[in-house]
Design a protein around this ligand. Structure first.
Ligand SMILES: [Zn+2]
Length: 304
């Protein structure tokens, strides 16, 4: 038997359960995990305080470099029903990354806080982009999002298309290129699922023959898309006004922060590290040129 060295103390399990209101934190589950037993004075619990980073180095998802003490804290626990607790640890935990589970936990707790206080939560999460039919992709595809999602692929692999579709969910004008679909063999139909913190779906369909755009919000046909979120997507060489030559200025303009703040962000990313992007650097000679080592590409890849 593997020695578990960072199990949650019972008091911590209780905190994790109560923060979740004893309901499963898995999206679309929400199962109640506490209730009456057959004994009129008894209670039966079916919930589990599951580890996000594993309780032991060999456990699912690894220990993330955290100390035993950190692994035992409520921040590292997600409250789940028994089924979902088993599900996340299946396949060696590979289907449920720590980032994804941290997202689920934060989303669920925000939702509980909203229900408890009756106030709208100011946070939301993107769950996935479903590509139901499209000219570039032959099959239906689902892109699940993590806390940070990096899309890597060669030229013409569809990265730009994905970004345009996501941007088009907040600004139909971004879909202009997809309205001239004459001769394509399929309509374009994409759906973005997100939590606000209630589950929401925004879907767009463009007719392959007429180029007409139809939008749906939560299955209902609507005349225009609601202001649920905004997409920052300025990398459009057709629009030089939105495409500063200087990488730092480009990010600053896109996100609406001062250039100095971009430098702070770069330092911050380098300090905290990332599994995919390392040694992010800004060459400061006249214009700022951002470079980084991106996993799976050559070192010193330019931001451009
Ligand atoms: Zn569940």
């Amino acid at each position: 038997m593997t020695r578990r060295n960072a199990d949650f103390p019972s008091a911590t399990k209780l905190v994790i359960a109560k923060r979740a209101a004893y309901r499963c934190s898995m999206p679309d589950c929400d199962r109640v995990t506490i209730g009456p037993s057959g004994d009129p004075r008894g209670v039966v619990g079916t919930g589990v305080a599951a580890h996000i980073y594993g309780a032991s180095p060999g456990g699912p998802r690894g220990s993330g470099g955290l100390s035993d003490d950190q692994l035992r804290q409520p921040e590292n626990g997600i409250w789940l029903c028994e089924n979902d607790a088993r599900l996340i640890d299946g396949n060696g935990g590979r289907d449920y990354s720590p980032e994804l589970l941290l997202n689920y936990k934060a989303r669920h707790e925000a939702r509980i806080a909203q229900e408890q206080g009756g106030k709208a939560a100011l946070i939301g999460w993107f769950e996935s982009l479903a590509v139901r039919s499209s000219p570039p992709f032959a099959n239906e595809s689902l892109l699940p999002f993590g806390k940070t999602t990096l899309v890597i692929g060669g030229n013409a692999s569809g990265k730009t298309a994905l970004c345009e579709w996501i941007a088009g969910m907040s600004d139909i004008g971004r879909l202009q290129r997809w309205r001239h679909t004459n001769g394509w063999y399929s309509d374009l139909e994409v759906a973005l699922k997100f939590f606000h913190p209630e589950p929401r779906t925004t879907a767009v369909r463009i007719d392959r023959n007429t180029g007409d755009v139809a939008v749906r919000q939560d299955q209902r046909r609507v005349p225009f898309l609601g202001p649920w979120f905004s997409a920052v997507y300025p990398l459009d060489p057709e629009r030089p006004d939105l495409y500063p030559r200087d990488d730092r200025d480009l990010i600053a303009t896109a996100v609406g922060i001062p250039g100095d703040a971009v430098d702070v962000l770069i330092d911050d990313i380098n300090r905290n590290g990332s599994g995919f992007v390392n040694r992010l650097s800004s060459e400061k000679g006249g214009t700022h040129r951002l470079k980084s080592d991106v996993m799976g590409t050559q070192p010193g890849l330019s931001f451009n």
